[in-house]
Structures are given as C-alpha cells and as structure tokens.
Design a binder for this molecule. Structure first.
Ligand code: ADP
Ligand code: ADP
Ligand code: ZN
Length: 213
C-alpha cells in the first residue's frame, strides 16, 4: 500500500504514521526527519536546509526531490510506504508522479488531516519529539507514559528548534501558499480522502483505519 499523509504543520501526520507502520508494516518516509538527520550528521545538504527550516520556509524542491528519489529506490519501499510531509509543492507532486510512474507504482490514498490554523499553534508549541526516533508527543494532548521519555524507543524527548510561535506563522503561510493547492491536485487524481483531524488521536486513528479497509 502506497499512502500519503497530508496536512498543515502540526496536523498529526507523524503521530498517525506510527499507527500505520504498526498496522501495515511499511516504512514512514518523512522528509522533515530526513532533513533533521542530515543536520545532525553535519552534511552539506543538512547545512543548506537548516537556514530554511529555522526560518519556517520550505527547503528548495531540487534538494527534496533528490532525497525522495534515493529513498524510494531502497528495498524496504517495495512493499509500500507512507509519505509524511512530502510533497509540499506542485513541483514536488509532479516529480513524485514521474518517479512513481517510472517505478510502475501509484498512490493508493492521500489522507488529509484537516485541522484549522487556530488549533495549530497550540499543537506545535506543546509538541515534544524523540531525539532518537522522531516520534511525536504533546505535553497536554498526547503525553508520553513517562515524562520526557519516548514510549517507542526510550529516547529523550526534546523541543524542536522550529517549534515556536514565530516560526509557526511562516510555516502556516508556506502551507497555504505552496502546499494547500495539492488538495485539488490529488482530488482530481481521485485518491484524496479527508479526515477531521481535530478529534482525539485515537479517534483519528480509528477513522483512518476505517477508510483503509
Ligand atoms: P511539520 O511536521 O511540523 O510540518 P516537518 O518535520 O515535516 O514539520 O518539516 C520541518 C521543516 O522541514 C519544514 O518547515 C521545511 O522547512 C522542511 N521540509 C520538510 N519537508 C519538506 C518538503 N517536502 N519540502 C520542503 N521543505 C520541507
Ligand atoms: P505533523 O507531523 O503533522 O507536523 P504531529 O504528528 O507531530 O504533526 O503532531 C503535532 C502535535 O500535535 C504533536 O505534539 C502531537 O502529539 C499533537 N497531536 C497529534 N494529533 C493530535 C490530535 N488528534 N489531537 C491533539 N493533539 C494531537
Ligand atoms: Zn523514540
């Protein structure tokens, strides 16, 4: 199954991806996680991406398309995958279509998690992420079982550098200007399904699984 999780920053894509991994045993492909790994490893690509990410702007398409091309070619993607946070521009969506066409595969579903802007700031400022595996928690809405420790791997939970009220504003602007037009793109393609992302984490998961039956 080739899936995509779509939505504004903080809509819950990473959170729901974890449940899809468990259920379908397919990898999550998060461009944000891959960029953060590149920054941690001090690669040239990571250094270039960092300034955009810290400012809440999108990283250039050529960089993103390059990492996706390499990732989708890896063996574990053969049984399917969950795209999380990619594509974010029309150029990325078109590059993905071309790439998948060449691989002889197609998208089964694009799952949009709909959350209004007013709720996004609270989600992002309360987010805590695992420094080891990237799993996402929330101090109030989705706390880890033990404070500051990841439920999945025991790693330390941290606050992402870009998870602050100022950066959220530019990330939401980028989302509306550059990413939201993809809703029409995938609706026209006939693969778009929309979910109410304002419900509790578990309810969203149940709604999502119902769609995938
Ligand atoms: P969130 O889940 O909160 O939206 P991500 O981890 O997906 O955050 O992305 C963090 C940052 O990484 C984005 O603000 C952007 O700068 C960069 N980024 C991630 N994915 C992409 C992409 N597909 N295209 C351009 N920039 C991206
Ligand atoms: P994204 O990957 O779309 O940027 P995350 O999955 O990281 O979003 O979720 C953003 C924040 O909101 C995290 O702190 C997460 O724990 C929290 N969150 C996710 N889903 C929900 C939900 N349904 N209700 C309330 N908070 C949620
Ligand atoms: Zn972890």
């Amino acid at each position: 199954m080739n899936l995509m999780l779509f939505g504004a920053p903080g809509a819950g894509k990473g959170t729901q991806a974890k449940y899809l991994i468990e259920k379908f045993n397919i990898p999550q492909i998060s461009t944000g996680d891959m960029l953060r790994a590149a920054i941690t490893n001090g690669t040239a690509m990571g250094m270039e991406a960092k300034s955009y990410m810290d400012a809440g702007k999108l990283v250039p398409d050529s960089t993103i398309i390059g990492i996706i091309k390499e990732r989708l070619g890896q063996a574990d993607c053969k049984k399917g995958f969950i795209l999380d946070g990619f594509p974010r521009t029309l150029a990325q969506a078109e590059a993905l279509e071309e790439l998948m066409k060449n691989m002889g595969i197609s998208l089964d579903k694009v799952i949009s998690l709909n959350v209004p802007d007013e709720l996004i700031v609270g989600r992002i400022t309360g987010r805590r992420v695992c420094s080891k595996c990237g799993a996402s928690f929330h101090v109030e809405f989705n706390p880890s079982k033990v404070a500051d420790i990841c439920d999945y791997c025991g790693g330390e939970l941290i606050i992402r550098k870009d998870d602050n009220a100022e950066t959220v504003k530019s990330r939401l602007e980028a989302y509306h200007a550059q990413t939201a037009p993809l809703i029409a793109y995938y609706t026209d393609m006939g693969v778009m399904v929309e979910l109410d992302g304002t419900k509790d984490v578990n309810e969203v998961t149940q709604d999502m699984f119902a769609l995938l039956k």
